[in-house]
Design a protein around this ligand. Structure first.
Ligand SMILES: C[S@@+](CC[C@H](N)C(=O)[O-])C[C@H]1O[C@@H](n2cnc3c(N)ncnc32)[C@H](O)[C@@H]1O
Length: 506
C-alpha cells in the first residue's frame, strides 16, 4: 500500500503534501504507532540512517530526541517536505537524495538504521541487497529497525488484511495503473545477511510489522544459486502457454542467474524479464549456445509492459548483478538487454559502468544477433515486424473479451441497447488493435472516444433518417456511449501489453 503513496507522490508532485494523511488513512492510523515504536529504539547521540525517509517524520523525531540523523530518499518532492518539517521542528537532519541501491553515504558506521514502509517498494532481490548493504554500514552492536506490511498469521486476520489489500490494489490501479508490491519476509531477510533478530512487533491486526535486528558480527551477502532453466512440457506446458498467451496471469519464473549450456566467465550475458513466456522464448532462442541469462523480477510481466510501468528496471538488474558478483565472476563487463526494455540502458550503464547493448526486439533474432557480433540489423529493431497482424489480432481478441464485462450495466438500464454496445465493444477492440496508429488520439481513452463519437453520429443520423424525433432516451444513450468509451478505453489501455502507448510511440 505504501507504493501507492510513493508513486502518486512521484508522479504528481503536489500530491506529496497529502502523503502523511494518506498513509495515516490507509493504515488506520497505525503508521504513527509503527514509527513511535521504531523511535523507542533510538537514543540521544546515536548516529541514525533512515532509508527511504519520505517526508521525514521519523528522521525529524529522531533528531528531536537528540540523534544525529541522515535521511535519504529517491524522491526530491518527498525530501523537500522532509526539509520543511525539520525546519519547522528546528532540528538539523542531513537529508540526501539517492537510491537505497547506491546510497551517497560516507563511511562512518551507524548505530541505528531504520527503514519504515520503504522496502516494500523494492523487489525481493533489491530489498535483500539493500538490507545487506545497510547492515554492513552498522556498527557491530548496532540495530536495524525495519517495518512494513506483513501477512497476518491468523486466518481471519489474513482474510481481512487480504480484502483491505484488494481494495487498495484496485484504487492503485485506477489511480495510477500500478500494483502495490509484494510482501517481504523481513525477518528472513535480516537473518539472511547475518543479523540477529531480537524483537518483533505487530500492528493493525498483524497487517504491519516491525522487526528489530542486531549486528553481532560479519555481514554476509545473501547467497544466490545459479539455476538451470526449466521449460514445462506436456499438459502443464500447454496450460502455461495458454495462460501466457491470454495474458491473464503474470506467470513468473524465479529471478536470478541461469546457466544456458556450459557457460564460462567469457560467455555473453543476457538480461530478460521473469514472465514465463518471455523466459521460455529467450531460452529456446539461445538453445545450443553457452551463455548466462540474468532474469529480473518483473513480477511476471513481459519486458515491454514491465519497462513502461517501471517493473523492469536498471536497479533490479544491478541488484542481481551484485548478488551474483558478476563483476568478479565474468571476464567481461558487457550485458545485452532486450530492445523493448531499452529505456533502462542509460541508467544501467550509470549504475554498473558496464557496456550495455540493446539487443533485438524479438528473442528469435538472438542467434543472428550473436553471429553478427552483437550488432542489431535494422529488421531486428523494427517494431512493426514485432507488432505484426497476428500480434494485433491477439490484442484485439483479448480486449474484446473485456467487452461483455463493460456492458453489464446495460442489463439494468437501456437494455435494448445491450447488443449494440456489445457489438461496438468487440468491433472497437479490433479497430483499436489493428489500426492503432490511424485512429486519432494518444491514449486508449481518447481513441475509443473518437470511435464512440462516430457511433453517436451514426445513431443520430439513423434516427433522423427514419424521421424519428430526437428523444430524451437518445440523449441518455449518447451519454452512456461517452461513459462506456471512457471505461472501455481505459481498460483497453491498461489491460494489454501496449500499456501507455503514448509513451512508447512518442
Ligand atoms: C512509503 S514511503 C515511506 C516513507 C517513510 N519512511 C515513512 O515512514 O513514512 C517510501 C519512501 O521510500 C522511498 N524509496 C522507495 N524506493 C527507494 C529506493 N530504492 N531508494 C531510496 N528511496 C526509496 C520513496 O521515495 C518513498 O519516499
Amino acid at each position: 500500500m505504501s507504493l501507492v503513496s510513493m508513486l502518486i507522490a512521484d508522479r504528481i508532485e503536489s500530491a506529496t503534501r497529502y502523503y502523511d494523511r494518506w498513509m495515516n488513512l490507509i493504515t488506520w492510523g497505525q503508521d504513527k504507532r509503527v514509527r513511535e515504536a521504531a523511535l523507542g529504539y533510538i537514543d540521544a547521540g546515536d548516529r541514525v540512517l533512515d532509508v527511504g525517509c519520505g517526508t521525514g517524520t521519523l528522521a525529524v523525531k529522531a533528531a528531536q530526541k537528540g540523534a544525529q540523523v541522515t535521511g535519504f530518499d529517491l524522491s526530491p518532492a518527498m525530501l523537500r517536505l522532509a526539509e520543511e518539517k525539520a525546519r519547522v521542528a528546528g532540528v538539523e537532519v542531513n537529508f540526501r537524495r539517492g537510491y537505497a541501491q547506491s546510497p551517497p553515504l560516507d563511511e562512518e558506521p551507524f548505530d541505528t538504521i531504520t527503514a519504515t514502509f520503504a522496502l516494500s517498494e523494492m523487489s525481493p532481490d533489491e530489498a535483500e541487497m539493500v538490507v545487506a548493504d545497510m547492515a554492513a554500514r552498522l556498527k557491530v552492536g548496532g540495530r536495524m529497525i525495519v517495518a512494513d506490511e506483513a501477512r497476518p498469521t491468523n486466518f481471519l486476520l489474513r482474510l481481512s488484511s487480504g480484502l483491505q489489500r484488494a481494495v487498495v490494489t484496485l484504487l492503485t490501479f485506477i489511480a495510477i495503473e500500478e500494483r502495490p508490491t509484494r510482501l517481504h519476509d523481513l525477518r528472513e531477510m535480516l537473518k539472511g545477511v547475518g543479523m540477529t533478530v531480537t524483537e518483533e512487533q505487530r500492528f493493525q491486526s498483524g497487517a504491519l510489522w516491525l522487526v528489530v535486528a542486531e549486528r553481532r558480527g560479519e555481514i554476509t551477502r545473501p547467497q544466490k544459486e545459479i539455476m538451470e532453466p526449466v521449460i514445462h512440457r506436456g499438459i502443464k506446458g500447454a496450460w502455461y502457454d495458454v495462460l501466457c498467451w491470454l495474458f491473464v496471469l503474470p506467470l513468473a519464473v524465479k529471478s536470478g542467474l541461469y546457466r544456458l549450456g556450459k557457460p564460462n566467465p567469457a560467455s555473453p550475458l543476457f538480461l530478460t524479464s521473469n514472465f514465463y513466456m518471455t523466459f521460455k522464448i529467450v531460452v529456446k532462442a539461445l538453445h545450443g549456445r553457452d551463455c548466462w541469462l540474468l532474469v529480473e523480477d518483473s513480477e511476471g510481466w513481459n519486458v515491454w509492459c514491465a519497462t513502461d510501468t517501471g517493473g523492469f528496471n536498471a536497479e533490479k538488474a544491478w541488484a542481481l548483478m551484485r548478488a551474483y558478483d558478476l563483476e568478479i565472476t565474468l571476464d567481461h563487463q558487457r550485458i545485452v538487454i532486450p530492445r523493448l526494455g531499452g529505456k533502462i540502458a542509460r541508467r544501467l550503464k550509470e549504475l554498473t559502468g558496464w557496456e550495455v547493448i540493446k539487443g533485438p526486439i524479438q528473442a528469435g533474432d538472438l542467434p543472428e544477433f550473436i553471429e553478427n557480433d552483437f550488432v542489431t540489423m535494422p529488421a531486428m529493431r523494427s517494431l512493426d515486424r514485432y507488432y505484426d497482424l497476428h500480434h494485433r489480432l491477439r490484442i484485439g481478441t483479448l480486449s474484446a473479451l473485456v467487452a461483455p464485462l463493460c456492458v453489464i450495466p446495460f442489463l439494468f438500464v437501456l437494455r435494448e441497447y445491450l447488443g449494440l454496445f456489445l457489438a461496438f465493444g468487440v468491433l472497437s477492440s479490433f479497430v483499436l488493435a489493428i489500426f492503432h496508429y490511424w485512429v486519432p488520439g494518444r491514449t486508449g481513452i481518447v481513441k475509443e472516444l473518437v470511435l464512440g463519437a462516430l457511433l453517436s453520429v451514426g445513431l443520430v443520423g439513423w434516427t433522423m433518417a427514419r424521421s424519428e424525433p430526437l428523444s430524451v432516451r437518445l440523449v441518455w444513450v449518447l451519454l452512456a456511449i461517452l461513459v462506456y468509451c471512457f471505461i472501455y478505453g481505459y481498460t483497453y489501455q491498461a489491460s494489454t501489453p501496449v500499456i501507455y502507448w503514448k509513451r512508447i510511440w512518442k
